[in-house]
Design a protein around this ligand. Sequence first.
Ligand SMILES: Nc1nc2c(c(=O)[nH]1)N[C@H]1C(S)=C(S)[C@@H](COP(=O)(O)OP(=O)(O)OC[C@H]3O[C@@H](n4cnc5c(=O)[nH]c(N)nc54)[C@H](O)[C@@H]3O)O[C@H]1N2
Ligand SMILES: Nc1nc2c(c(=O)[nH]1)N[C@H]1C(S)=C(S)[C@@H](COP(=O)(O)OP(=O)(O)OC[C@H]3O[C@@H](n4cnc5c(=O)[nH]c(N)nc54)[C@H](O)[C@@H]3O)O[C@H]1N2
Ligand code: SF4
Ligand SMILES: [Mo]
Length: 726
Amino acid sequence: MTDGAHAATGPGRTPREVATHCPYCALQCGMTLREEPDRVAVLPRQFPTNRGGLCQKGWTAAELLDHPERLTTPLLRDPAGGELRPASWDAALDRIVAGLRAVQSGHGRDAVAVFGGGGLTNEKAYALGKFARVTLRTRHIDYNGRFCMSSAAAAGTRAFGIDRGLPFPLADLGRADTLLLVGANPAETMPPLVRWLTEQRERGGRLIVVDPRVTATARLADLHLQPLPGTDLAVANALLHIALTEGWIDREYVAARTTGFEAVRRTVAGWWPARAEALSGVPMADLEATARALGTAERVIILTARGAEQHAKGVDTVTAFVNLALALGLPGRPGSGYGCLTGQGNGQGGREHGQKADQLPGYRRIDDPSAREHVAEVWGVPAEDLPGPGVPAYELLDSLGTPAGPKALLVFGSNPVVSAPRAARIERRLRDLDLLVVADFLLSETAALADVVLPTAQWAEEDGTMTNLEGRVLRRRALRTPPPGVRTDLEILADLTARLQVQGRAPSYTESDNKVPFLAPGRGDADGADPRGVFAELRRASAGGTADYAGVSWERIDAHDGVFWPCPTEDGPDTPRLFADRFATPDGRARFHAVEHRPAAEEVCAEYPLHFTTGRVLAQYQSGTQTRRVAALRRAAPDAFVELHPDLAGRLGIDDGEQVRVVSRRGELRAPARLSTAIRPDTVFAPFHWGGAARANSVTNDAVDPVSGMPEFKICAVRLERVERP
Ligand SMILES: Nc1nc2c(c(=O)[nH]1)N[C@H]1C(S)=C(S)[C@@H](COP(=O)(O)OP(=O)(O)OC[C@H]3O[C@@H](n4cnc5c(=O)[nH]c(N)nc54)[C@H](O)[C@@H]3O)O[C@H]1N2
Ligand SMILES: Nc1nc2c(c(=O)[nH]1)N[C@H]1C(S)=C(S)[C@@H](COP(=O)(O)OP(=O)(O)OC[C@H]3O[C@@H](n4cnc5c(=O)[nH]c(N)nc54)[C@H](O)[C@@H]3O)O[C@H]1N2
Ligand code: SF4
Ligand SMILES: [Mo]
């Protein structure tokens, strides 16, 4: 049984079942879907990551398959009345093709942009990158992973020469003697992962959590450091300072396996624990206890997540923790290392196959001549015809509809009206476009602004692969076909490509365009919409790259519990653990980079005296398009809220449950106050899962990290006000 499905043996006898994975986060919990007379049932499934566990979102994921608000027909904006109205696929695709041609002939190829998502399968991420570069020939493609993984990715690449979220299997967490979680709240964001934390502590390990709030995860910890948001870099430098003073550095490892330590040593020499305490509020004694737990244990793992990374200094902050890990000799040592907890379902694979502005498939750089040659060869186009690098997500979104920016945008798998920083401004940019196309299965806030909405298939209706937070490539398996009127993302891309190629050319196109089939011929995929065919091509395109999938086949994934990349040959091994002997740098050594703390892009002042930070709650996912429509999740987390300390509430005369306004220089959000001693009195928190008046991103700062382009979602300056009742 290679597809993991059990076909029904007769009507009403054995229900059809399929072994697949949850559609939501990067843990990609194993689950079995079963077709029942009146619903699709979700059953937990043993898989090495979740070991039979699922969170509430996973349990209820199938509810959206037959949801009454599901889109089952394309929608076209009526030019006269301005309403979105049902239309045929022909009419919708014709409108898109005409719009793209008009924009490209008037303003050049780069006037069209593509925005993807880390929830797309590897096949779709790959096809989207190729669609942008080969079919549209625009340099403008980027994706929501820029808001998610980009800082850790950049730091990992510069230190280790490779970016794989966890360079070891998740199971290693259970055996760590000391585990440091920085800005991660897996008890809410990846609940089944908590089993590994429990196992770790039952074996006598120590768990240390760094978070400005006493989260569900912090409550599990032996030690909780509660810094001011945006001060993790100083904390990391102080921890390394202490380790140096105490002689806990692994000097042999540093000498044999790394370069650049001397500059780091000089920098952290100035980070006395007292200085870090004054800045972060973390007591010196706790810094010392943390450094000791890291410096004197055998198996030590340091993990970061969005709390540390979503800052305008996110890359340097991650680098500071990587420096600490390297100085202690952790990366590559059995049971030890540094890792980042990737977020979206295919957050890892989504950043490997070419939907990032500066990348080609296989985690190749688009400005590397040999990478261009290789991929152009697979695509059957001249390398010089491939566009150069585009710009990171926020810069792209912020340029839409401006005189120099793209005039048309196609969105696959993101809802930036809710999830982009400084969202009111991005909403205006989207409205300024000549053409906005959104493919979604629900009418997200972004789809509601579109000129054309294309109804697309859901996870249980498509085959493909996903790469989880461990770098393990998994199979997504279809239980059923999409409902009538709905097409898969791959079908949409193939349809558009065919129409763009057949119906003549925009004047800016060169001769070779019409000769380029979307997928090179002879690979078993006539129309380019078959995910197996696309995966076969992806394997060739990634071969020899950093993220090498050449040896990964669907059959091999099925026969094992997934395949870890890099995996260059079908009969050779895959790579569950990286860095045992060497790093992926030219000389095989990991690279230290000296990094200095700097203040947040926006500091508090008399007018905006409070720190504002954002994040997630267990029962809602991301921009909420999906989970806000699931009854049980809506009951569990019905509304947005503003979390603040009772002391602060007392000072401002705010009662629990009262409507408050969080105001920044960019805008405001309104939501009920939730009083809690779990947060620092100088900081307020709001989840970002809601749009409208409660949208957290009306408030957030659009300052970005200079290296990664990551926006500063986790800190800005605000004031808090009561909303006076009429
Ligand atoms: N329920 C649920 N689960 C999810 C998701 C979801 O939307 N909902 N999304 C998935 C995705 S895409 C992602 S990226 C992951 C994210 O997973 P996490 O990174 O665990 O989630 P966040 O809540 O964004 O941030 C984690 C913590 O960072 C803390 N924090 C805020 N500012 C700072 C700071 O300056 N320093 C430190 N050290 N901590 C800070 C917050 O208080 C929060 O508790 O979750 C995935 N899983
Ligand atoms: N303030 C604040 N803002 C944040 C964050 C934060 O911590 N604080 N976190 C950031 C992070 S880490 C992330 S990852 C982003 C996520 O934010 P978004 O990019 O908005 O992610 P989603 O809400 O998952 O949006 C996915 C959309 O695509 C649709 N969709 C799902 N699967 C598919 C598919 O296969 N094909 C197509 N065509 N559509 C699909 C869904 O219905 C949904 O409308 O938000 C970022 N924004
Ligand atoms: S932890 Fe993530 S993958 Fe697992 S069930 Fe929950 S949302 Fe799905
Ligand atoms: Mo994310």
